[in-house]
Design a protein around this ligand. Structure first.
Ligand code: ADP
Ligand code: MG
Length: 367
């Protein structure tokens, strides 16, 4: 009977259910009536019908078998953990390829002090520009509460699962994964620290990114759990600070950058967004004041002890917002607009910059 069951594959994992610990028990009655207990990996498994059918037909083929009854049960947490370990091969902790020594992927965490400064717009345009330059680019929308990257990249696709890997959808040549893809509709996500950490860990370890040149993480504003989790999960990730020219925004952005001091992460630079609006006659109106990017850059340079450059100043442009709303990044749609020119230039700087000591926090203070 077991022999017959080895021919039954789990429709998702594509391995015999006998190898996956999914066969709970088999009882054979005197009349040749067989009862098979099967563990589903999760409650409400969408494949329950398929599994039941497969078991039924495999067992029915055995000579002498009368009726077949399949009884479904659900794996315990321990059984699931065991299965996951088995599928992954060995390691208890999921492996994050970007955090391995010798990883060639540059990881940038896009951070800001407060929301609405254009962090996601910057992330998406940098990613699209890098992808267009021929780089292999991934984006993790780690802004758990304000996830907007899928919309800005114009995709509603869900990730697909192959074996125990999650395949990320792709848009404009950018692979992306978002917490929004795992929540029904527009349900707000109320997650606590440990769950966020686990979700993030999964995005980084279980998503099949392939060999990425660059991975961008759109962090939630501020210095919360997600920022600390990413620092812990990918210590070699660099911080990219986004601010507006406003003094108040600059101060909080500085604080967001300053967590890099505690986590010993490198700060790649500062992008000032919404710097000015250009009128028809070429006159610049500084809607949100001026100097914020410069202030953050100088202040972080002082605290880090090496240069944290102001990488660019992105002007206000209604087309930048419209392109975000319509899911076609401005750098692709209108590459010659002033905002696109600056964003592409920043993308170029971030993708060609050689790894070095620049911006790295030294553990010794200069004498
Ligand atoms: N330079 C800009 N010019 C015009 N609108 C912008 C600019 N940058 C961002 N926006 C718009 O401002 C809003 C907030 O930007 P968003 O990228 O979502 O910020 P964050 O991710 O920091 O919350 C969005 O509607 C976006 O389209
Ligand atoms: Mg955002």
């Amino acid at each position: 009977m077991r022999q017959a069951l080895t021919k039954v594959e789990d429709p998702e994992i594509h391995k015999p259910i006998t190898e996956l610990g999914m066969v709970k028990d088999v009882t054979i009655g005197s009349e040749g009536d067989v009862k098979v207990g099967v563990y589903l990996t999760v409650q409400g498994c969408p494949m329950r019908e398929t599994i039941t059918q497969r078991v039924d037909s495999a067992v029915s083929e055995v000579t002498g078998v009368g009726s077949v009854e399949v009884e479904l049960d659900v794996m315990s947490d321990e059984q699931r953990t065991e299965l996951r370990k088995q599928l992954r091969g060995d390691a208890e902790e999921p492996r994050i390829p970007f955090a391995e020594p010798g990883s060639l992927t540059r990881v940038y965490c896009v951070a800001s002090g407060k929301g609405g400064v254009g962090k996601s717009s910057v992330t998406v345009n940098l990613a699209a520009s890098m992808a267009e330059r021929g780089l292999s680019v991934g984006v993790v929308d780690a802004d758990i509460y304000g996830h907007s990257v899928p919309r800005m990249l114009g995709t509603e696709s869900k990730p697909t699962q192959v074996e125990n890997m999650i395949m990320p959808p792709q848009a404009h040549g950018v692979k992306l994964i978002s917490i929004g893809m795992f929540t029904p509709g527009n349900t707000p996500v109320v997650w606590r620290g440990p769950m966020l950490h686990r979700a993030l860990q999964q995005f980084l370890s279980d998503v099949f990114w392939g060999d990425l040149d660059v991975l961008l993480l759109d962090l939630p504003p501020g210095t919360g759990d997600v920022a600390l989790s990413t620092a812990q999960l990918i210590p070699n990730a660099e911080i990219l600070v986004v601010t507006t020219p406003q003094q108040a925004a600059a101060e909080v952005a500085e604080r967001a950058g300053a967590i890099a001091m505690q986590t010993r992460q490198r700060i790649a630079g500062v992008v000032e967004n919404m710097s000015w609006m250009e009128l028809e006659d070429g006159q610049r109106v500084e809607v949100f004041g001026s100097g914020g990017g410069q202030i953050v850059s100088e202040s972080l340079t002082r605290s880090v002890g090496s240069e944290v450059p102001l990488l660019g100043q992105v002007p206000l442009d209604t087309r930048l917002r419209e392109s975000g709303d319509s899911g076609a990044p401005l750098v692709l749609q209108d590459p010659d607009s002033p905002a696109s020119t600056v964003l592409s230039d920043v993308a170029k700087k971030l993708s060609t910059r050689a790894r070095g000591l620049a911006g790295q926090l030294l553990s010794v203070s200069p004498a």
